[in-house]
Every structure is written in C-alpha cells, then in structure tokens.
Design a protein around this ligand. Structure first.
Ligand code: RIB
Length: 277
C-alpha cells in the first residue's frame, strides 16, 4: 500500500451564511454567525485522504501565528506527517473568506498568506516517494512549485494526481504526466481552451457523477434539504480518490469511494469533517 503526499494550502476558513450571494458592488447581510474552520484545498484533501485510511504526509507553509500552530496540531492529531510543513516567520497563515447561501453553494476569496511562500526548497519530503505512492496537488500554492513537485514525483515512479483548482493553465508537460488531472465542469472548459492535453482527465459534475477519460461513473445525488454546504466537496473527492489509488484500487472502485466522500462532505458544514480550529 502506497502513501499519499499532499502539496498544498492550509487556510483558516472564515465562514458565514447568506440568503444569496452579493452581486458586484452590492452589500448583503449575513444570516448566520462568523465561524473559523479548518480549510485550504491542501489541508482538506490531506484530511480526506487520512480519513480514507491512507498514510499521509503534508508539504505546506503556515504563518508563525496561533492559527498555524492550531492547524499543525490538528493535522498531527489525525496522524498526518507534518515534518514537511514550514512555519514562515513574519507571515500569517492563509485565510479564506467563505459565504454559503441557502442552497449550500459557496463563494470564496482566498488570502494566500504563508501559502505563497512554498518553494522548491520545501519539496524534500518528495525524495522518499516510490512507485505505488501518490503525490496529490492543487493550485493554491505557487504553480512553478507544483510543476516541479509533479516532475520530481514522476521521476521517482510515483503517481501524480493534479486537481487544477482554483483553475490555472498547467504547463503542458505537467498536464501530460498527471494521472489524472481532476477538474470540475467549469475548470474543464478553461482547460480545453488552454491547449493542454492531459494524458488522463477526470471531470466531476457534482452529484451527477464524473467522467474519467470519457468513461462515465454515476454520482451520489444528495437531496436539496440535505445539502448543507458544498465547500470542500471536491477536496473530499480528490483526497479519497488519491487514498484509493495509493491502496492499489482501479478506477471504478477509486471513483466509487471518492464519490461517496464528496456526497458526505455536502451534508455537513465546513470543508473537513469536524472542522473546528
Ligand atoms: O475547496 C474549498 C477550499 O477552498 C476552502 O476550504 C478554502 O480554504 C479554499 O481553499
């Protein structure tokens, strides 16, 4: 059974509820309190992979603040190896401003903070990657570092899963080595326009399922009254997918597990199970 190494962001999510999202130039009043929850696509995916039973190591940066210390303790309490998480002096831990509307749909603004300080010098933990291991990345840390990590992981025989979110055009060689590139339907359109040709492409359609290299897999639709918060559903999907692939499962079983994890995520508040920070 392989390990999962996650390179990515760690954010404190500042979450509130709105009846509807504001239009540009508009102010709306929140209809719920402001809560602080663990988030960041990297952290969310690492926690999801650990929950799915994988041995997980995190490569990331936090600020030298109470948020960073709390987040590190949280990851360690879940058995995640944090030796690759660097504390950046004089910087704040990343934050995300999250508004969730009555349908459970979110709008998010990320303030990168320490996430922007991740460099190629932080990639030491990738030296231990072996065939059977999975490197899981997203795009909330600098793209050049993500690209370097993907190349290094591939050179060590590990599988590379790239969640191209938030969307940015991938270097062509990174798109070509990832197995798979995971995108939602909106990101898929941008990817198609970019000219990059992924070797393997997994497109998610929320509760409607997903398509992996043209093969369709059923979803696990959640009825409207049970959709509490869609924040982090894609991350739960990616983390569980990476865990299943590292466990040696094929596409059908890996997608089945990922789909279940994504469906479970929309039924709860926050981007992680028990997200209090
Ligand atoms: O994918 C959801 C995540 O996006 C949130 O947890 C927020 O921190 C942003 O990174």
């Amino acid at each position: 059974m392989g390990r999962v190494v996650v390179l990515g962001s760690l954010n404190v999510d500042l979450v509130t509820e709105v009846d509807r999202h504001p239009r540009p130039g508009e102010t709306v009043l929140a209809v719920g309190p402001l809560v602080r929850l663990a988030g960041g696509k990297g952290g969310n995916q690492a926690v999801a992979a650990a929950e799915a039973g994988a041995g997980v190591a995190m490569v990331a940066c936090v600020g030298d603040d109470a948020d960073g210390r709390r987040y590190l303790a949280r990851l360690r309490a879940r058995g995640i190896d944090t030796a690759g998480v660097r504390v950046v002096a004089g910087e704040s831990t990343g934050q995300a401003w999250v508004a969730v509307d009555g349908e459970g749909e979110n709008a998010i603004v990320v303030v990168p903070g320490a996430n922007a300080h991740v460099t190629a010098g932080d990639l030491g933990p990738l030296d231990g990657l072996r065939p059977g291991d999975v490197l899981l990345v997203q795009l909330e840390v600098p793209l050049r570092v993500v690209a370097e990590a993907a190349r290094r992981a591939q050179s060590r025989g590990a599988r590379v899963v790239v969640n191209a979110a938030p969307y940015a055009a991938l270097p062509h060689d990174v798109a070509a080595l990832a197995d798979p590139v995971v995108v939602n339907e909106h990101e898929a359109l941008a990817l198609a326009d970019s000219g990059s040709v992924p070797r393997s492409l997994l497109v998610t359609f929320g509760g409607e399922g997903c398509s992996w290299d043209g093969v369709e897999f059923p979803g696990a639709p959640v009825e409207a009254p049970h959709v509490v918060d869609t924040t982090g559903a894609g991350d739960a999907f990616c983390g569980a997918l990476a865990a299943a692939l590292a466990e040696g499962h094929g596409r059908a079983e890996a997608v089945r597990r990922a789909t279940e994890a994504g469906a479970a995520a929309v039924r709860r508040q926050g981007a992680q199970a028990d997200p209090s920070l």
